[in-house]
Design a protein. Sequence first.
Length: 393
Amino acid sequence: MFDFRYFTPTKVIFGKDTELQAAKLIREFGGNKVLIHYGGGSVIRSGLMKRVTDVLDDAGIEYVMLGGAVPNPRLGLVYEGIELCKKEKVDFLLAVGGGSAIDSAKAIGYGVANEGDVWDFYDYKRKAEACLPLGVILTIAATGSEMSDSSVITKEEGLVKRGYSSDFGRAKFAIMKPELTMTLPDYQTACGCADIMMHTMERYFTNGGNMELTDAIAEGLLRTVMKNALILVKEPKNYDARAEVMWAGSLSHNGLTGCGNDGGDWMTHKLEHELGGLYDVAHGAGLTAVWGSWARYVYKDCLPRFKRFAVNVMNVSASGTDEEIALTGIEAMEAFYRKIKMPTNLKELGVDATDEDLVEMAHKCAVGVSGSMGSARLLYEEDMLAIYRMSRG
Ligand code: NZQ
Ligand code: ZN
């Protein structure tokens, strides 16, 4: 078991009508002039934005608005947001939406609170020393960005998608109202469930230090998300299923399911980030499209974990050799992805990549991880390329 540091400063307000507490919470954390940042307009169409701006108006809190954060949010809008905040003397950010709006808001917060080009942080050139305070009203259970220290931004030039992690960027509060996710397209609900599971699986498949309690939490979380994801395929308006998945999304990426291990593997995410950068695919779908290939490539080097996963999470019978059990577990995971209509290879993802594209992605991926990465198995550029090739379908 490894030593660990667990820091989750985000105040969570979970349940019905919780968006009505936005003004009170902004005041509590010292906000006087707010930038409300959102995506392509779902929050306006659902009526959520009107309810939020009404409570801010009633409380006399001033605000400016900036929409347009797209899935795989772009650096250009981040620069625009930074300028707007400086011009309007904004002292608090309110992200209303999913991971894209939240991540874009975090980047704006870094850009306002630090000198120089904000991309430097995502390009690993220097570290942020502050961030504007941020609050979140979450509308999709997926990335866990509402409690995580991460922000993922795509630079238009070269389509480079990179993440930056810092405790300064953690939200001061997160308002989570499960009903808000009922307007999601089924595809986005499934993408979210896939992403939530992957944040725990990345931490679970390691060769470095494991902790019984963490494993039990991780396995319980994975079983819960799978059960409720299947309920949501048939009953998208099932409140309890929405609530279970929403809370799982936050716990899966706030550090809890990694306590005591070496930090996790994370290669599936890195492989996806190149797909998202180049083909603009939904993050959760990109993850499931490569996971099976990654798993088959690495499982022999991390056999006890793959076996445990098969038995404890995928309910595979423990008879047969360890390798057989592990492979059956991988197949069962892919069967689950198909049940929630997630892709299990690039073809099903709708990506028709040439070998040149795969070579380019593997190269960018290797550069993005400074040469090599992975705990289930340490992977280099040639391994990344081999996995992309396996995932073609
Ligand atoms: O943009 P709008 O109009 O709001 O529509 C969004 C978008 O089209 C829609 N949507 C969201 N809530 C809705 C809704 N539609 C109807 N009703 C609602 N209640 O869903 C689509 C996807 O939204 P987005 O915010 O892009 O989804 P997600 O939360 O999955 O975020 C994805 C981004 O987060 C990054 C991903 O790489 C990707 O760029 N990640 C961020 C992480 C983090 N900060 O910790 C970790 C993750 O691993 C991930 O990399
Ligand atoms: Zn993710």
